[in-house]
Design a binder for this molecule. Structure first.
Ligand code: UDP
Length: 319
């Protein structure tokens, strides 16, 4: 297949590019580098099955030749208010990538008769009142809350995707991605894993926000990519959660990072600057992914951290 990936220079987009190239496909990558990095795709420069266009997908996009599938992954995604690359500091671009970017990609999918895959998010569940989150749960999102620019853009993107499916019969799919980590995460984006692993490798105490009792469920990137590719190759149209269902508190997560890295500096508690909208708990119900895609994650947290460390050491100049 000839596959268009928007956000190809991002954390997930670049791993998807690698995997789809390894599967024998031709990949057309697009990115405007507002949060992605040329470093993430530098190793593909001489791959003759990889083409790259620097584009903002919220503007009209043209792709020469046949396109068989489109994966729309372009979007800022970090919720850290301090981070330059987080969506708090890119609110309009975030809404445009989710709304106009999705519209442009669906337009291409329609004329090209291509399979479309939308990167959606567990954030569409907001601060969930139902636990764990199954795809049937409609979520708890405040449209004017501080995370709304991301959450509502992705909710709009899901609605638009289903509209193109139901009204134009486009072959669409929607993946709801839960917390994911691994090599090529942006060390400066302020998320839990980059912050804490960086601190641990530098021998500093890990900053846990609030009392650390809020929970997340972290999936290693290779597992996630495998689930997404299975969804791409399937005929499923309704949303599918992809994530690791092993739930833990952020405190436990920090302790695991200290253990794997051998960091002796411990943990410090900091005020949670993310406002009241930092979701208290999050865990995917992956029954649908298991049944429809025959997918389950199989890399546990300690193994995933070990696989992530070399990239972080290299970025920090530690090796
Ligand atoms: N967090 C933390 N210390 C940090 C960074 C994040 O305690 O240095 C917490 C954050 O408050 C949130 C959780 O870790 O409860 C996950 O944050 P992340 O930014 O990774 O993504 P989110 O799941 O909130 O989208």
């Amino acid at each position: 297949m000839r596959i268009l990936i928007t956000g190809a220079a991002g954390f997930l987009g670049s791993h998807l590019s690698d995997r789809l190239l390894a599967d024998g496909h031709h990949v057309i990558g697009m990115d405007n580098f507002i949060t992605g990095s040329p470093d993430n795709i530098a190793h593909l420069a001489n791959n003759e099955r990889f083409e790259f266009f620097k584009r903002d997908v919220s503007n009209y996009i043209f792709v020469p030749g046949k396109v068989d599938a489109i994966l729309h992954f372009a979007s800022p995604a970090s919720p850290n208010p301090q981070s330059k690359s987080g969506y708090f500091n890119l609110p309009i671009q975030t809404m445009k990538a989710g709304a106009l970017g999705t519209h442009n990609c669906l337009g291409i999918a329609r004329i090209q008769n291509a399979r479309f895959l939308l990167a959606s998010t567990s954030e569409i569940y907001g601060d969930p009142e139902v636990h764990p989150q199954a795809e049937s749960y409609a979520g708890n999102v405040d449209p004017v809350g501080t995370r709304a620019v991301y959450d509502e853009a992705k909710r709009f993107a899901e609605s638009l995707t289903m509209a193109y499916h139901r009204f134009h019969n486009v072959n669409t799919s929607i993946v709801r991605i839960f917390n994911t980590y691994g090599p090529r995460m942006d060390l400066e984006d302020g998320r839990a894993l980059p912050n804490l692993l960086k601190q641990a490798l530098l021998g500093q105490p890990l900053t846990v926000y609030g009392d650390g009792s809020q929970t997340r469920s972290f999936c290693y990137v290779d597992d996630l990519v495998d689930g997404i590719v299975k969804l791409l190759y399937s005929n499923e149209h309704l949303p599918v959660n992809i994530g690791n269902p092993v739930e833990m508190s952020i405190l436990q997560f920090a302790q695991a990072i200290n253990k794997v890295t051998g960091n002796q500096a411990g943990i410090v508690y900091e005020e949670n600057s993310r406002s009241a909208r930092d979701p208290q708990r999050r865990q995917p119900d992956i029954t649908r992914a298991r049944e429809i895609l025959n997918w389950t994650p199989n890399i546990d947290l300690e193994e995933g951290i070990r696989r992530t460390i070399p990239f972080f050491k290299q970025k920090l100049g530690l090796e």
